[in-house]
Write a protein that binds this ligand. Structure first.
Ligand code: SAM
Ligand code: DTB
Ligand code: SF4
Length: 362
């Protein structure tokens, strides 16, 4: 097996990203075939277990309380609701459920205990369980691992430089710290980002430099195209072209050869042909189901028709890594620590975020 390279420079990555398209596709497909079965695609279903009302100011996000968007907020779902949704996802061909909460960070207490129970419940359905709950401490990561969590999603989202133009309520380093906490457990890391937020191509390369330097590299990497939502600071940004998405997927595949590259938000804007090019370029996972967290996603039957057309098969769960054991709550060796983690709050001002916040108050 080829040794994974962790010390990519921005220039090296830009040189790949900017290759003539046919060469880029050929190179990416070659790396893909050397490391994965090109006819298998992993299918995940997203479940927003707690929607809206988030205290953060992420410029892309419809769930930030400070912006006025049309989404309907919800308190934490119950374990039985989550189980019913997971069963639906399983019957439609998903091998993984990813539970998202609009939290800045996890707080120990009854809500986190309930999330741990959701993790045990889905793991018992023989599905991979992923959570994306914001920043977490090492103790919280250990508790999720003990409950049977398979993956934790925490995106770097963009380059360290551009991060400061998108989010003012936490720092890029906070993201890296959470990923490091997850790495101290046997939970796999899912981390990627968004393109089409007005960043330069250099920022896309910068994000890949940071992801590639993680050791080990993330086991999965979502590539989202911004879904511009009315009321958010990025509402008016023009959508990225499919060619940029293909270049980003291909470059990610080359720089992170072993990761599952997930075609994430933005698929409703992509043609079947465009998505097929992304699969050829090395994407081997999708989010399925008619909703992402709050925004629309292609119909699952349409996705399955596309799979059939292309001869793609949904991947079975636990192909890459064995199913974790779930320890029941009463046998847990970890306790609430009522920790006060030192997550930063840089609180610098981002003009477009301030404007969107002011508009929401009118
Ligand atoms: N609150 C947690 C956090 O931020 O890590 C978890 C949920 S958050 C919604 C998960 C990811 O969704 C973000 O990191 C971002 O990559 C993606 N996301 C949010 N809004 C998006 C949008 N409008 N378009 C594309 N991706 C988006
Ligand atoms: C990821 O990278 N994309 C997903 C998942 N991880 C949590 C979320 C996409 C959200 C798109 C906007 C929305 O539906 O609210
Ligand atoms: Fe909150 Fe996550 Fe949305 Fe940021 S991306 S506002 S942290 S839910």
């Amino acid at each position: 097996m080829m040794q994974t390279k962790h010390n990519w420079t921005k220039e090296e990555i830009l040189a790949i990203y900017n290759k003539p398209m046919m060469e880029l596709l050929y190179d990416a497909a070659t790396v893909h075939r050397a490391n994965h079965n090109p006819n298998q695609v992993q299918v995940s279903t997203l479940l927003s277990i707690k929607t809206g009302g988030c205290p953060e100011d992420c410029g892309y996000c419809p769930q930030a309380a400070r912006y006025h968007t049309d989404i309907e907020g919800n308190d934490l779902m119950s374990v039985s609701q989550v189980k019913a949704q997971a069963l639906r996802a399983k019957s439609s061909g998903s091998s993984r459920v990813c539970m998202g909460a609009a939290w800045r960070n996890v707080k120990d207490g009854p809500e986190f205990d309930s999330v741990l129970e959701m993790v045990r419940t889905i793991n018992k359905l023989e599905m991979e369980v992923c959570c994306t709950l914001g920043m977490i401490t090492e103790n919280q990561a250990q508790r999720l691992a003990e409950a049977g969590l398979y993956a934790y999603n925490h995106n770097l989202d963009t380059s360290e430089d551009y991060y400061k133009d998108v989010i003012s309520t936490r720092a890029f380093q906070d993201r890296l710290d959470t990923i490091e906490n997850v790495r101290k457990t046997n939970v796999t890391v899912c981390s990627g980002g968004i393109i089409g937020m007005g960043e330069a191509v250099e920022d896309r390369a910068g994000m890949l430099v940071a992801l590639a330097s993680l050791s080990p590299q993330p086991e999965s990497t979502p590539i989202n195209a911004l879904v511009p939502v009315e009321g958010t600071p990025l509402e008016e940004i023009a959508p990225v072209s499919i060619w940029e998405m293909i270049r980003m997927v291909a470059t990610t595949r080359i720089v992170l050869p072993n990761t599952q590259v997930r075609l994430s938000a933005g698929r409703t804007q992509m043609s079947q042909e465009g998505q097929a090019m992304c699969f050829f370029a090395g994407a081997n996972s999708i989010f399925a189901g008619d909703k992402l967290l709050t925004t629309p996603n292609p119909d699952v039957h349409e996705d399955m028709k596309l799979f059939e057309l292309l001869g793609l098969q949904p991947m079975k769960p636990f192909v890459k890594k064995d199913q974790p054991q779930s320890v029941e709550a009463q046998y847990s060796k970890y306790k609430d620590q009522a920790e006060k983690p030192k997550w930063t709050r840089p609180d610098h001002k981002i003009e477009r975020n301030e404007l969107a916040k002011a508009k929401a108050k009118l």
